[in-house]
Ligand binder design. Sequence first.
Ligand code: AHR
Length: 503
Amino acid sequence: MPTAQLTLDPRFTIGAVHRRVFGSFVEHLGRCVYDGLYEPGHPTADEEGFRTDVLELVRELGVSTIRYPGGNFVSGYRWEDGVGPREDRPKRLDLAWHSLETNQVGLHEFARWNDKAGSELMLAVNLGTRGVLEALDLLEYSNVRSGSALSDQRIADGTTEPFGVKMWCLGNEMDGPWQLGHRSAEDYGKIAAQAAKAMRQLDPSVELVVCGSSNSAMPTFGAWERTVLEHTYEDVDFISCHAYYAERNGDLAGFLASAVDMDHFIESVVATADHVKAELRSAKTINIAFDEWNVWYQERFHAEDQITDIEQWPYAPRLLEDAYHVADAVVVGSLLISLLKHADRVTSASLAQLVNVIAPIMTEPGGPAWRQTTFFPFALTSRLARGSALRVELSSETYRTTEHGDVPLVDAVATHDPETGATAVFLVNRAIEGPTTVTVDARSLGDVRVLETHTLNDDDPYAVNTLAEPTRVAPVTNKSAHLQDGVLTIELPPVSWTAVSLG
Ligand code: AHR
């Protein structure tokens, strides 16, 4: 049986675990909002039409910050359509997803939903088809207490207190030719700098995210980040990363190593940001908002299949409703490990998305809501990862992949909260054929015991939770965990993700 060894030491700190790393993303896309989190008439709907069964799952998932309202959608969005009396709100054609947008959920409704979910609202402004003025208008409407035209309009529209939105994305995926208003790095860098300066003039406390690349395979990757940051460096706080992974051509071994790509992506963007810092002789450090990441089987979605008829604009169509299997969840768990391994620079992240659309939570109109397999590693990591992320000095056998070269069979990260003493280890076993035994030297933690273990795996790595069988897959206690003389030994089944909490 292969083995791996790691060492836990609270002194091996990478950086604080920022709660915003456990963010998510709600886009007006498919059934994420309509017939997802919002379904008036559903037996569990509250007085505002929000499904309380979905809200309960969102709270259990432990999401911190929710990015809204897109995604590609935002590049055609007029935020004013979503405020004021609902009966007066226009129906619009959403070009990004070829759908009908009824605007029955807008800023006020979504802000209230966030309060109910216990999450922080993060907004994106439209820098695709709109510009600096509209971004300023939205900021004034959202964050100014009263006494100006737009703040008073917000009050008249029903919300007395400012929304107080701190995190703002300056557009979405502006490097992508599919984006409405797609621009070159030069052109986007200029408008993003203007928007950022203007927004800070209005509210100096905002934290701004400038668009990085839509993925690391974009032909402009690297050069895009450099040019955009050369224009915006002193005016923004974060640069975004987006990455989606999928099993391709039956290459499960390669798919399980997806986090190797995420590691490389993060380290490349950090290097580029630091290069610009040096060039500009700046004292400031730009961090990463990994504000879209997940497993997504993009080849199942063909935009051109959607656009069939100029007269047909479906309302809440079933789009991007991937059913996630066990291996997908193991990859999601390993991507979380990658984010935590870079806790010093990745200080915000958003699992894309939250409900129905490439989501950890699925719903059926008039029916139940259930947890996808990917729900579990997210919820457990969000709950157990506290304090600081720790390097674990891992030693593991490797295996060969076509896409990522030689990859460690096991990957891991730990977290430790010096105030409570709570320690957690997150591990992934990428071996397909059999278990791997891991020994964890935890002697530096003193007299601790194993509090919880959770292992997600299945004899069938392609098992899924569905409407018919919503609880087919769930994590179980790992009974092999054994701590003696400060050394933890645990057996990780093949294609598995595990969390262990010590205290
Ligand atoms: O999350 C789905 C889509 O993926 C988003 O709208 C876009 O930003 C990305 O390409």
